[in-house]
Ligand binder design. Structure first.
Ligand code: F6R
Length: 592
């Protein structure tokens, strides 16, 4: 979590840092700050709140520094306040550090440093880094950082500047993402590629255990022992336009409406060839899907498809639960990690532990060059482009598309199934161009404090995902539940003011869903149905019906998901909430 940016060159660094920070704000927005080497001295400014508060504070200041570092924070250690905001400086204000991740042994380090008479100013784990660098400094920032690394444990990325060496930034990656951007006479670092796109598309994603010494005219990458490494520069295929709002009020809305294209790009990526995997799912005793949040929900849908078409048992587990469990895995198991960012700490570290036990690691990620991409035996990509809204939307449906392609990969009529899948983007487009009704419905229900989302079979994970979207951006309590389980407890929650969203496409459990809807109605509950156009049974039964184009059973999750994304979006927007950056959240969760 948190976003780091750094610049060294000949232009005013501040402008580059602020632009970069704006693009990283999705990673955390509790506070923001910059440190520059201005006229031989460190200049630090930091403010609680979003980047705009920092911009306000810096407004009109004529800062000419051509090197600096910046940070946007998602608090882990220490409350949200200016003292805990980054950058942090040493006692003599000669060194500044920005940090993402966690220094796990910070308590011991603090004790050691305090014994040496070093006074702490913040409650953060980060402050240890800057004091150690200052303590280890003997005229060479790189050497001071390398020596500091010997003392740190945890997972982190950080960047340091020093007033003693203007124009030099030393940055480290160990468990949290960091990318180097290569320019002409200027170079950059950032936590994520989109922050670099206004300046360069030539990047080097650092690996864990690498340190970069960044200067205006050179980039030198070392391992933690100080050995110089040779690295390839990667050219990023996205352009900046694809990371802009394109006339939409929020990134989330833009990303929802992008789905016909992102689905078609993803499906086309796999349609004319098989998945280029040197194995079949059938070669394994079991597929173990490991993921968090929305990616976990995609995994639940994938389970049904893989079990149906590949005939292999599939287990789906929350990464945070796997990590400290005694899960039995071995060579006979395929671990499938699903992660939009490819950087989620829970997912990465749990699947790496499973890989250690001998299983094969296949990842499904949206970000090429991300940690998971590099750490896996094999990777499949969703071609959804950068997703900026904190709530995952287009990457969820793109994950579904790849999971479907994976499930049918070795079926005899694979090609027919994939051609059929290509109908999905058109149907999603058809629905989106006619989706005004869901906005009106959302406004009508925006005053409710609790919602239930129910579904069965493929619609059960969709119910979970719909509920997650609503709670994370509108702060309304929502629970996703398997419809058949309602009678075993949650049905007690039903009352007039708690609407139930029932996902009921015409599939194998349709009749069962109708009965579950009746059960809710019998308790005076209001039901918003999501079903096929022209479904008169549902229309009669439900208080309101969201109609989607009819589609075969297998592919229903693609269509049922979209109105639920819109429903959550329109409620949050109507309530005037910060849709793209909901409170307490961050897009990429690189802490445990
Ligand atoms: C919800 C959401 C999160 C992520 C989760 C995993 O809208 O975005 O629940 O799905 O944090 O992130 P990735 O997929 O990057 O591993």
């Amino acid at each position: 979590m948190c976003g780091i940016v750094g610049y060294t060159g000949s232009s005013p660094a501040l402008l580059v840092l602020l632009q970069g920070l704006e693009r990283l704000e999705y990673r955390g927005y509790d506070s923001a700050g910059v440190a520059l080497v201005e006229k031989g001295e460190l200049y630090v400014d930091k403010k609680v709140g979003k980047i705009r508060e920092l911009v306000r504070s810096l407004w009109g200041k004529d800062l000419k520094a051509t090197a600096g570092i910046g940070h946007t924070r998602w608090a882990t250690h220490g409350e949200v306040c200016e003292l805990n905001a980054h950058p942090h400086t040493d006692g003599s204000s000669e060194f500044a550090v920005v940090h993402n991740g966690i220094v796990e042994n910070y308590r011991e380090l603090k004790e050691e440093l305090e014994k040496l008479g070093i006074a702490y100013r913040s409650q953060t784990d980060t402050e240890a880094i800057v004091h150690l660098v200052a303590l280890n400094y003997e005229g060479d920032l790189l050497k001071a950082v390398l020596k500091t690394l010997e003392k740190l444990t945890g997972a982190y990325a950080f960047a340091v500047i020093s007033a003693k060496e203007p124009g030099r930034i030393v940055a480290v990656r160990y468990g949290s993402p960091l990318v180097v951007g290569i320019g002409k006479g200027e170079n950059f670092i950032a936590s994520d590629i989109p922050a670099l796109l206004p300046f360069t598309r030539d990047v080097i994603p650092l690996k864990d255990g690498e340190v970069v010494d960044l200067r205006p005219d050179g980039v030198f990458i070392y391992d933690f022992k100080g050995n110089l490494l040779t690295k390839d520069v990667m050219h990023v295929p996205w352009d900046i336009i694809s990371a802009e709002k394109g006339g939409f009020k929020h990134f989330m809305l833009k990303e929802i409406f992008e789905q016909p294209r992102t689905l078609s790009d993803t499906i086309r990526g796999y349609i004319s060839r098989d998945l280029s995997l040197p194995f079949s799912l059938k070669d394994f005793r079991r597929v173990l899907v490991v993921a968090c949040g929305t990616s976990y929900h995609a995994g639940l849908v994938g389970k049904y498809w893989i079990e149906k078409y590949a005939g292999v048992p599939v287990e789906v587990a929350y990464a945070s639960e796997v990590r400290y469990s005694d899960m039995q895995v071995g060579e006979e198991d395929l671990v499938l990690a699903i992660s939009q960012s490819g950087e989620t700490a829970d997912t990465r570290f749990s699947v790496l532990a499973l890989k250690e036990k001998g299983s094969t690691l296949l990842s499904l990620v949206n970000v090429m060059g991300s940690a998971l991409d590099r750490e896996s035996d094999y990777t499949l990509y969703t071609h959804a482009g950068p997703e900026i809204g904190v709530a995952a939307t287009k990457t969820f449906t793109a994950q579904l598309a790849v999971l479907y392609a994976l499930a049918v990969n070795h079926t005899e009529d694979r090609q027919v199934k994939m051609e059929n899948l290509l109908r999905v983007p058109h149907l999603v487009e058809e629905y989106l161009s006619n989706s005004e009704a869901v906005r009106e419905l959302a406004i009508r229900y925006a005053d409710r404090r609790d919602f239930l989302y129910i579904g069965r079979y493929l619609s059960y994970p969709v119910a979970l995902e719909g509920a997650l979207k609503l709670k994370e951006i509108s702060y309304i309590h929502a629970e996703g539940y398997p419809a058949g389980e309602m009678k075993h407890g949650p049905i007690a929650l039903i009352e007039e003011k708690t609407p139930t969203i029932a996902i009921a496409p015409k599939d194998r459990v349709y009749e069962k869903m109708l009965s579950n809807i009746e059960e809710v109605l019998a308790r005076k509950g209001k039901v918003i149905g999501v079903g096929f156009e022209g479904d008169e049974n549902l229309k009669k039964l439900c208080t309101n019906l969201i109609e989607i184009p009819p589609i075969e059973e297998d592919l229903t999750p693609f269509l049922t998901t979209i109105p639920l994304q819109l429903f959550a979006y329109y409620i949050a927007d109507y309530l005037g909430l910060d849709v793209d950056q909901p409170r307490n959240l961050a897009k990429t969760v690189t802490v445990e």
